[in-house]
Design a protein around this ligand. Structure first.
Ligand SMILES: C[S@@+](CC[C@H](N)C(=O)[O-])C[C@H]1O[C@@H](n2cnc3c(N)ncnc32)[C@H](O)[C@@H]1O
Length: 443
C-alpha cells in the first residue's frame, strides 16, 4: 500500500510482528517522520513507552515487540504540520477510529505467509501454557534478585532441572526470560510482569488462564454446539459459586481482573468527567482496585464498593492499605437481590458482559431501584464494533460464552438492553482503551 506524502495514519492495537513496519516505512513516499510507540512490552514500567523517530529516512530499527503490544504510528508530510507532539497522541479520535484500518495495516505489515500465520494461531496455546507453567512455578519471583542457574531454580520450585531448562529456553525465544550464560536465566521486561509484586502483574492472569480457563476452552466444541457453559461442564457449577468455595482461586481471580483490566482505570479517569458525582458506587468492584484509583484521583469523592461477601472480606485490607477506609464504604451482597442506594453514579465494569440478557436485566433492574431520578448508570464494557476488524472483545466474548455464560454486546444491543430495563443511553464515551463508558439515566 502506498500513501501520499501528506497522508497521516494513527492507529493502535495488537501488532505482530513489528519488524516489517520498517519495510512498510520504505513504501511511504516522502516520509518526514515516523514514530512508533510501543508499550508495555518494551518496558516493565506501565506508563513508559519507547518511541523511535526516523526523519526523512526509511531506516527503522526493530523493537522487541511481541503480539499484544499497543502501538501507535504516525507519519507526517514535509512541513510537519501533522507532527507527533509532546509525546502525546495528537488526535484521540484518530487513535480510536478505523479499527478496520488497523486490521488491514496489520495484514499488510506481516511478512509471514498464510501458512505461518495460521500455524502461529493454531499453536498459540503452546506459548500461553508455557507461560502458565513458569507462572505456577514462580520462576519470575525467584529471579527478582538476579540471575540463577536452572539447577537452583529447579530446586526452589520442585521441578525437573532438564525439563525446566527446556521450558525456559522456549520462553526465552519469545523474549520471556533470557539465558545469560549457560543454563543461567534472568528476567526480561516481559518476564518482570510475571513477578507477583510487579506493577500491573500478569502472574494471576497467567494462572487463571492456564488453569480453569484453559480447561474450559478444551470444551469449546460443547459450548458452540449447545450454547451452554463449558466451565459448568468441567467444574459442575457456575464460576462465581466455584470461586466462593475456593478462596485461593478467588484471590487469583481478583488479581487476574486487575492484571487484565487494571490499566483501564487510568483510561477511564482520563476520558470521563466525574465532576458532580459526590458518591460513586462500584458494583461488582472486585478487590477495589478501580474505586481506589478513582478515589485517589478525585479526593472529594466518596465511594461504595459492592461485591459478594467473600470478595468484600478480601478487599477490606486493600482499601485500608490505600488509606481510603474513611471514604469508601464496603458493602457485601448479591446484585441479583439488591444493590445499595444513595450513590450519584453506579459504575459496573465488566459486569453485564458476564451474564445473559435475562440475568443482566435483573441486575439493571436492581440498579434502577437503587438509583434516584438524577443518578447515572455507567456501564464500562468492550462494545463490539461492526465489521471484521481485530478487536479484543471478540475473543473476550468467547470467554464469556465458555466461562460465566455471558456475552460481549454491540452498541445497539446495549441500547436495547438498557431500554428494556427502563434506562435511556445518554452517551457513549470512548476511553482510548478497548472499553467504552456507556452513560445512562432513568427514563
Ligand atoms: C468480571 S469481574 C469484574 C470485576 C471488576 N469490576 C473489574 O472490572 O475488574 C465480575 C465481578 O462481579 C462479582 N459478582 C459476581 N456475582 C455477583 C453477585 N451475585 N453479586 C455481586 N457481585 C457479584 C464478582 O465477584 C467479580 O468481582
Amino acid at each position: 500500500m502506498r500513501r501520499q506524502p501528506d497522508s497521516r495514519f494513527v492507529g493502535s492495537g495488537p501488532l505482530h510482528p513489528v519488524p516489517s513496519v520498517g519495510r512498510y516505512a520504505h513504501e511511504i513516499t516522502g516520509l518526514q517522520r515516523l514514530v512508533l510507540e510501543a508499550k508495555p512490552c518494551c518496558s516493565p514500567q506501565q506508563n513508559d513507552s519507547q518511541s523511535i523517530i526516523c526523519r526523512g529516512s526509511a531506516a527503522f530499527p526493530c523493537l522487541p515487540v511481541t503480539f499484544g503490544t499497543r502501538w501507535t504510528i504516525e507519519w507526517a508530510d514535509n512541513n510537519g504540520s501533522t507532527g507527533y507532539r509532546n509525546g502525546q497522541r495528537v488526535n484521540e479520535d484518530a487513535d480510536t477510529k478505523d479499527w478496520a484500518d488497523r486490521g488491514r495495516e496489520r495484514e499488510e505489515m506481516t511478512d509471514e505467509s498464510p501458512h505461518q500465520q495460521l500455524d502461529g494461531m493454531i499453536t498459540g496455546y503452546w506459548v500461553s501454557q508455557a507461560i502458565y507453567a513458569a507462572a505456577k512455578l514462580g520462576i519470575a519471583d525467584q529471579l527478582a534478585d538476579g540471575p540463577r542457574s536452572v539447577a537452583e531454580l529447579a530446586d526452589a520450585s520442585a521441578a525437573d532441572a532438564d525439563a525446566l531448562y527446556r521450558l525456559l529456553r522456549a520462553l526465552a525465544s519469545k523474549g520471556i526470560f533470557v539465558e545469560s550464560e549457560s543454563r543461567r536465566f534472568s528476567l526480561t521486561p516481559l518476564a518482570e510482569l510475571l513477578r507477583s509484586d510487579a506493577a500491573g502483574s500478569k502472574r494471576a492472569l497467567a494462572l487463571m488462564s492456564g488453569d480453569e480457563q484453559f480447561r474450559s476452552w478444551a470444551e469449546i466444541e460443547y459450548s458452540i454446539r449447545t450454547g451452554k457453559i463449558a466451565f459448568e461442564k468441567v467444574y459442575g457449577k457456575p464460576i462465581f459459586d466455584y470461586l466462593g468455595e475456593n478462596p485461593d482461586k478467588a484471590r487469583i481471580f481478583d488479581a487476574a481482573m486487575v492484571g487484565i483490566h487494571g490499566r483501564e482505570s487510568d483510561a477511564i479517569l482520563r476520558a470521563y468527567d466525574f465532576s458532580g458525582i459526590a458518591v460513586l458506587a462500584d458494583i461488582g468492584g472486585g478487590n477495589g482496585s478501580q474505586i481506589s484509583r478513582i478515589l485517589q484521583e478525585r479526593t472529594a469523592m466518596e465511594g461504595i464498593l459492592f461485591d459478594l461477601p467473600h470478595v468484600i472480606a478480601r478487599a477490606k485490607d486493600q482499601i485500608e492499605a490505600a488509606g481510603l477506609a474513611d471514604r469508601c464504604e464496603l458493602v457485601s451482597g448479591n446484585f441479583f437481590a439488591a444493590v445499595p442506594a444513595g450513590a450519584d453514579a453506579y459504575m459496573m465494569r465488566h459486569i453485564i458482559h458476564d451474564w445473559d440478557d435475562g440475568k443482566s436485566l435483573t441486575i439493571l433492574h436492581n440498579c434502577y431501584q437503587a438509583m434516584s431520578s438524577s443518578s447515572k448508570l455507567l456501564l464500562v464494557e468492550s462494545v463490539i464494533p461492526p465489521g471484521n476488524e481485530p478487536f479484543g472483545g471478540k475473543f473476550l466474548d468467547l470467554v464469556m460464552l465458555l466461562i460465566p455464560g455471558g456475552k460481549e454486546r454491540t452498541a445497539d444491543e446495549y441500547r436495547t438492553l438498557l431500554g428494556k430495563a427502563g434506562f435511556e443511553l445518554t452517551r457513549t464515551v470512548a476511553t482510548g482503551s478497548e472499553v467504552s463508558i456507556m452513560e445512562a439515566r432513568k427514563r
